[in-house]
Design a protein around this ligand. Structure first.
Ligand code: NAD
Length: 354
């Protein structure tokens, strides 16, 4: 079957779509660049056993578009791109495959810059970096304590979400103090656990859930958090619900049961459908647009391209997510639009669509 990319539901004026194949390693990959108005398209490399080329193309188109919006709202001099490798990361990942992927990226001469995403580790990126310079998040400079950084974006993501939660509280209650505040966290993995650390240190009470029980128990014992079943975390009475697991945390059934006036977390694609944002607004629930609040990781990763990585400057840019959110909320109040629609329009202005 011939797949016409221009008719794909996820096609949105993308600038480039490139297919890569390497006979020796069996690499089958796609690079999508959505928009380069602000700079080269930066976005992670995902490896996933897609059922078909069409599915992989749709994912690459959708994810690269998301990166244009995210990078624009993080005010980075970058456009949006994404790469996907079709394959099972548990069985098919190898240094040779990553070398082939590196050569594929290199051929595009820097219009696309890659980084880590699901199914790909920092170790894989190191192999990839042997064949191209257009990769980041492999290894940063030295952090403030003089320790070598790993390239892992989750600490910066968690810090940005923490700052974003405080911005929401300030808007909602006139104070961003965490004492006496309860935050429910769905998913205490790389980002969720670090977010819990910040919130606990600032005095918040925590409720956690994770499908991996050991992870939930670890958070419960580290922070005195209450543990609930994964299927009920959205319904727990709390001041903030922080989705930090997979997408679509806000859907037809969870929305009805939400019991928190603020939804602010790290997960990508938190709204199952765009109309769920409108429904949140109708219920008087403040939503921090996901790609704005979770941009700490990309801010950090993009800074790692600079040989003179400045940890303090990165930290202050990540904390600036709070200001961006407050600006979005101000505009939302003035226009009556939901915050995620306001964010989209702001991003589009920034990447030259308006
Ligand atoms: P992770 O895999 O380390 O953690 C996710 C956790 O959620 C895991 O512990 C998993 O067991 C748990 N989980 C999965 N389904 C669940 C469910 N239904 N209910 C409760 N728990 C569930 O991933 P991460 O790196 O912490 O990322 C979390 C989310 O944030 C993802 O959506 C990711 O795309 C997004 N994000 C991450 C970063 C980053 O820097 N890592 C940056 C931007 C966005």
């Amino acid at each position: 079957m011939v797949v016409n990319v221009f008719d794909n539901v996820a096609f949105d004026g993308h600038e480039l779509l490139s297919y890569g194949h390497d006979e020796r390693t069996g690499l089958r990959a796609i690079i999508a660049v959505h928009n380069t108005f602000r700079g080269p398209g930066l976005g992670g490399l995902r490896m996933w056993p897609y059922g078909s080329w069409g599915e992989a193309v749709t994912d690459a188109l959708r994810l690269s578009r998301g990166m244009t919006y995210k990078n624009a709202m993080a005010d980075l001099p970058l456009g949006g791109g994404k790469a996907v490798i079709i394959g099972d990361p548990a069985r098919q990942r190898s240094p040779a495959l990553m070398h082939a992927m590196g050569r594929f990226i290199d051929r595009l001469n820097g219009v696309y810059i890659t980084a880590e995403d699901s199914g790909v580790s920092v170790e894989d990126l190191r192999h990839l970096a042997e064949c191209t310079a257009y990769v980041t998040g492999v290894k940063g400079g030295l952090d403030a304590d003089g320790r070598e950084r790993s390239g892992d974006p989750s600490p910066a993501t968690a810090l940005g979400v923490f700052a974003g939660i405080r911005a929401c509280l300030l808007e909602e209650r006139g104070s961003d103090l965490l004492n006496g505040i309860t935050v429910s966290i769905q998913g205490v993995g790389s980002v969720g656990f670090r977010l819990a650390e910040h919130l606990h240190a600032a005095g918040a009470a925590l409720v956690v859930a994770d499908v991996d029980r050991a992870r939930a128990e670890r958070a419960a014992s580290a922070f005195g958090a209450r543990m609930v079943a994964p299927g009920r975390i959205h319904a727990v009475p709390a001041d903030v619900f922080a989705p930090c697991a997979m997408g679509a945390a806000i859907n037809d059934s969870t929305l009805r049961e939400l019991n928190a006036p603020i939804v602010a977390g790290a997960a990508n694609n938190q709204l199952a459908r765009p109309e769920h944002g409108v429904m949140l607004q109708e219920r008087g629930i403040r939503y921090a647009p996901d790609y704005v609040i979770n941009a700490g990781g990309v801010i950090d990763v993009s800074a790692q391209r600079d040989p003179h990585y400045d940890a303090d400057a990165v930290r202050s840019r990540v904390l600036g997510i709070a200001d961006t959110l407050r600006d979005i909320f101000r505009r939302a109040r003035a226009s009556g639009q939901p915050p995620e629609e306001v964010a989209d329009r702001m991003a589009e202005e920034r990447f030259g669509r308006r």
